[in-house]
Design a protein around this ligand. Sequence first.
Ligand code: NAP
Length: 312
Amino acid sequence: MPIKVLISAPESVVEEYAPHLRQAFAAEELDITLTTDPEAAEQIEYVIYHPNGPVTDYSVFPKLRAVLSLWAGVEHALANPTLTAPLCRMVDPSLTQGMIEYVAGHVLRYHLGMDAHITAQDGVWRNEIVPPLASSRRVGVLGLGALGADVAQALTDLGFQVEGWSRTPREESRIPAHSGEEGLETLLRGSDILISLLPSTPATENLLNRRTLALLPAGAFLINTGRGGVLNDQALIDALDSGQLAHATLDVFRVEPLPPDHPFWSHPKITVTPHVASETRADTASETIALNIRRDQDGDALLYRVDRAQGY
Ligand code: NAP
């Protein structure tokens, strides 16, 4: 009997993913019927999950073995009380590469002071300020997971002085890594450019607030590509207005799309990007999904399983 897999996603996503999923299932030698029809609920063993998909009640799938998210962030799925099956977040090499490129671009923009040249072409030849080398710029990365660890490594490879922070201490780490309250304080005090790649969890809510932003060196830069709830909006605006922070690039927000009247849009020291830092790509993400179903069918542990107690 073929394994029944339901994809719950907006139509355009289903259209994009279906051929790649079929190809990836074949490559793993999986006999799978892929459906979008929740009427087949009785037989469904896996659901491929998109936060804007049509399925909201997961209690109707008696044989459900796992829910496989197309997104790395899983706070939407965790907020659904009917979704009690094992949940896996997306880890996709293309998603990681996209994040590396986005973050490196904005770090280099700040590091080189590019805005001053792009926005102020006034016919005056000012060559007194030469950008320092990356080796004299300190970059802090909050979150050393699938995305944060590779972003930190890529910035290290560019020559920056990079340190990171995670919930659990690192015994072995390619970059200096901190954890805990004290570790956070040390990291913030030494970050000329701070990047947040933290997930949205009860423990990370408002982690970047008045007190913690004040620990950054005066004139620091912030790049938030993790989740909007990690940053207190008003604390950021106040830190920018006082000069404690020089500029912020924000890709994620408490409410998305960011409402047109939100003060971030018009703030001269904030760059807003519309949650485009990086996207899951259908070809490589389908391979992650297929591999996880293959593992589960073989009795191996699912990869990237969400720890419900920690919320990511
Ligand atoms: P991940 O592999 O689950 O890594 C999360 C990292 O955050 C881990 O290093 C974890 O520490 C750390 N962390 C979690 N809670 C913490 C806490 N309370 N204190 C300190 N560190 C904590 O996730 P990922 O795949 O790297 O993705 C990270 C986030 O990026 C996602 O959750 C999503 O929200 C966001 N994202 C954004 C975009 C975009 O386009 N803007 C795209 C994809 C993902 P441990 O290592 O100790 O567990």
